[in-house]
Design a protein around this ligand. Structure first.
Ligand code: C2E
Ligand code: MG
Ligand code: MG
Ligand code: MG
Length: 289
């Protein structure tokens, strides 16, 4: 009995791996056609400056609406795109769309910087600086309205090269941010060598900071670290007034999260610019920038 059971479990395993591979292949194929079929769009999530109480930035987040599956989360398809290289093309589209939107807001007199996520694969690609430069040029957008977010894994593989690329990006006037800070495995010593303007505290720490002492301390440590390295610190995943109060108290510079807004389309974002200002200006805080 044990033997037949083992065998059927084994067959079940093979079958499920097989269907997983087929599922991945299907998704890969659909992904390769998604750009041409215009299935991507960007949503924007506001970033609130705690000193002024104003929205100063927007993180651009890609959305894929699959004709049959509907919404496919980026955490699901970005790794596939990174794996087969299509992230390069998708990333170009994101850069272009984000710069176009930033220019529209500039022309309307709205002072919004747009942050774009760069995958480690894009960052390693030799053409990245040129791609960014061309997107800015195409839309006649000043570099100061663009920010790039890169996770630690994006530069750990070749630190020397990453420093060179980031330095040039930064010198051209584009801001640079380390995304999901605190979740990587890297040593802190690399940070002082990087031309980085902002640290983004990963949302998992922010979520648990009120209930969990360790997470509270980690958030506090990252804010202190940012201050002493002359970087601005942004908290992602802010969901409650209590989290916000702690973050402001600790001297965090910027907040982003569902407490302010989910990622929304450009029209809804513009509405937030007036609504959020009126409704949710946090008490002015005495901490310096
Ligand atoms: P990320 O760059 O760390 O983006 C933050 C994620 O947290 C977003 O998820 C955002 O919607 C979510 N988030 C923000 N505040 C809250 C909150 O208060 N509560 C909760 N539950 N979630 C919150 P999203 O849009 O699903 O994106 C997931 C990840 O996919 C991003 O993480 C980023 O790594 C990647 N991604 C998204 N768009 C792009 C893109 O255009 N290019 C690349 N290369 N990666 C992207
Ligand atoms: Mg990000
Ligand atoms: Mg993040
Ligand atoms: Mg993330």
């Amino acid at each position: 009995l044990a033997k037949t059971q083992q065998r059927s479990q084994f067959q079940f395993y093979i079958a499920s791996v097989d269907s997983e591979i087929r599922e991945r292949k299907r998704l890969e194929k659909d992904l390769s056609e998604a750009l041409g079929k215009d299935e991507f769009h960007l949503l924007y999530q506001p970033q609130l400056d705690y000193k002024s109480g104003r929205i100063v930035g927007a993180e651009a987040l890609i959305r894929w609406i699959h004709p049959e599956r509907g919404f496919v989360p980026p955490d699901h398809f970005i790794p596939i795109a990174e794996n087969n290289g299509s992230i390069i093309e998708i990333g170009l589209w994101v850069l272009d769309a984000a710069c176009q939107q930033a220019k529209i807001w500039q022309d309307k007199g709205l002072d919004i910087k747009i942050a774009v996520n760069l995958s480690a694969v894009q960052f390693k690609d030799a053409g990245i600086e040129e791609d960014i430069r061309r997107a800015l040029e195409k839309h006649q957008l000043a570099a100061q309205y663009l920010e790039v977010e890169i996770t630690e894994t994006g530069f750990m593989e070749n630190l020397t090269k990453a420093i060179e690329i980031l330095t040039r990006i930064n010198q051209s006037g584009i801001s640079t941010a380390v995304d999901d800070f605190g979740t990587g495995y890297s040593s802190l010593s690399y940070l002082k060598q990087l031309p980085v303007d902002k640290l983004k505290i990963d949302k998992q720490f922010v979520w648990d900071m009120v209930e969990n002492k360790q997470d509270f301390s980690i958030v506090q440590a990252i804010i202190h670290l940012g201050k002493s390295l002359n970087m601005r610190v942004i908290a992602e995943g802010v969901e409650t007034a209590e989290q916000e109060a702690h973050l402001i108290e600790m001297g965090c510079n910027i907040g982003q999260g569902y407490y302010y807004s989910k990622p929304v389309d450009p029209e809804a974002f513009e509405a937030l610019l007036t609504d959020l200002k009126a409704a949710q200006i946090p008490a002015p805080c005495s901490t310096s920038n």
